[in-house]
Design a protein around this ligand. Structure first.
Ligand code: ATP
Ligand code: MG
Length: 331
C-alpha cells in the first residue's frame, strides 16, 4: 500500500528550541517511518514578520534544516522543501485568496494572538493572509495529514474550507484539491524561560537545540519559577513553575520525585534547576553531535534542500495544471 503523505514545517526565523522538540520534532522523527514526510522550510511565512531584515534568512534556512536533521530526521526518508522555491505554492495562494473573506482572517484567533505578540495594530496584507498561504503549503502536494499543535487548528479549518470550496466551484465536487486532515499533537505548549505561555524562536525566551551545555545551564538557572516561593523552606507549587513544566516534558524518570520534594520544601530551586540542566544536556548531546556533522557538510544540506524543492515543484506543477484547466484558464 502507498504511504500516506504528511506535510509539516517551521518558519525560518532562527534556531529551533525545546518547544519544537516536544511540540513537533519528536513526533516527526516517529512519523517519518510510517508516512511520506515533507518538511517545509517556511521562508515566505517568515517574511510576514521578518520582511524588513532578510539578512539572516539564509542562515535561518540552514539552521532550521540542520535542526530537523540533528533531531533525527533522515534525509534519505524526508523531503526538505524551501517554500519560496516552489512556484505553485504562490500561485495557489493567489487563487485561494478569492475564496476567503477578510473578516474570516481578521477573526482568526491565532492571527489575533500573534499580531498582539508582535505589537501589530495595522496588519500587512501578507500577515493577515498567511493562513491562506499556509492552505496552499498544505494542499499543493496533496498532503493527507498535517501534524499540528492546537494553535494551528483554526488554520487547518481554513485550509479544509478552501479545498472544499475550490472543489465545489471548479471540480464538480471531485477531490481535485485533497482535503487535508489535522493530526493533533497532545503535548501542551512549552512555556518560555520568562514564564510566558510560549517558548518562541522570535521571542527571546528559548533554550535552543544548538545551545552548548554552559548556555543550557545558564539559561535554566535564569528561568522563572514559582514566584510565591521566596525561601527554600517555603513549599513550592509545581503547577505554576516553568522549570517544573520542563521536568514534566523532559524528565519522566524524576518528575514525580521532584514534584513531591518541591511541594514538601525538600528541594530548593537551584538544585532542581541543576538536575534539569543535567537531564537536558544528556538529551541534547546526541543532537549536538549530529548538528556538528551537518554543519561540516553544509553543501550536502544545500543539496537535500534543492533536490527536495525540485521534487515539490514537480508535484505542485501537476496540481496547478489540473487546477488551471478546471478553472478554464487554459486557452
Ligand atoms: P516564531 O516565534 O518565529 O513564530 P516559533 O518558535 O513559534 O517561531 P514556528 O516555526 O512558528 O516556531 O512553529 C512551528 C511549530 O512548532 C508550531 O506549529 C508548533 O507545533 C511547534 N512549536 C513552536 N513553539 C512551541 C512551543 N513553545 N511548545 C510546543 N510546540 C511548539
Ligand atoms: Mg510561531
Amino acid at each position: 500500500m502507498e504511504k500516506k503523505r504528511i506535510i509539516t514545517g517551521d518558519r525560518t526565523t532562527g534556531q529551533l528550541h525545546l518547544g519544537h522538540l516536544v511540540g513537533s520534532l519528536q513526533n516527526r522523527v516517529r512519523l517519518q517511518r510510517e508516512y511520506e514526510t515533507f518538511i517545509l522550510l517556511a521562508d515566505v511565512q517568515a517574511l510576514t514578520t521578518h520582511y524588513q531584515n532578510p539578512g539572516q534568512m539564509k542562515e535561518s534556512i540552514y539552521q532550521v534544516a540542520i535542526g530537523n536533521l540533528a533531531a533525527g530526521l533522515d534525509p534519505e526518508k524526508v523531503t526538505l522543501i524551501q517554500q519560496s522555491r516552489v512556484p505553485s505554492i504562490a500561485e495557489l495562494t493567489v487563487l485561494y485568496s478569492m475564496l476567503v473573506s477578510v473578516n474570516v482572517l481578521r477573526h482568526n484567533p491565532t492571527v489575533k494572538t500573534e499580531a498582539k505578540q508582535c505589537g501589530y495594530g495595522d496588519l500587512t496584507y501578507g500577515f493577515l493572509g498567511y493562513p491562506v498561504s499556509q492552505a496552499a503549503d498544505i494542499t499543493f502536494c496533496s498532503a493527507d495529514l498535517v501534524p499540528v499543535g492546537d494553535d494551528q487548528l483554526p488554520h487547518m479549518e481554513i485550509a479544509r474550507k478552501l479545498a472544499r470550496r475550490f472543489n465545489e466551484l471548479y471540480a464538480n465536487g471531485d477531490e481535485l484539491i485533497r482535503v487535508p486532515r489535522a493530526l493533533l499533537s497532545e503535548t501542551p505548549r512549552l512555556p518560555g524561560l520568562d514564564g510566558s505561555c510560549k517558548m518562541g524562536k522570535s521571542l527571546g525566551n528559548a533554550v535552543y537545540l544548538s545551545d552548548d551545555a554552559d548556555a543550557v545551564n545558564r539559561k535554566i538557572h535564569s528561568a522563572v519559577t514559582d514566584t510565591n516561593r521566596i525561601a527554600v523552606r517555603d513549599k513550592g507549587n509545581p503547577d505554576v513553575c516553568t522549570v517544573y513544566a520542563y521536568h514534566r516534558a523532559f524528565n519522566a524518570g524524576e518528575r514525580a520525585d521532584i514534584c513531591e520534594m518541591c511541594c514538601g520544601a525538600q528541594i530548593g530551586c537551584v538544585a532542581c534547576k541543576t538536575r534539569l540542566a543535567e537531564k537536558l544536556n544528556t538529551l541534547l548531546d546526541p543532537m549536538r553531535e549530529r548538528r556538528a556533522y551537518y554543519e561540516r557538510r553544509r553543501d550536502e544540506v544545500r543539496g537535500f534542500i534543492l533536490e527536495g524543492s525540485e521534487k515539490a515543484t514537480r508535484i505542485g506543477n501537476e496540481i496547478m495544471a489540473r487546477a488551471r484547466a478546471a478553472m478554464r484558464l487554459e486557452i
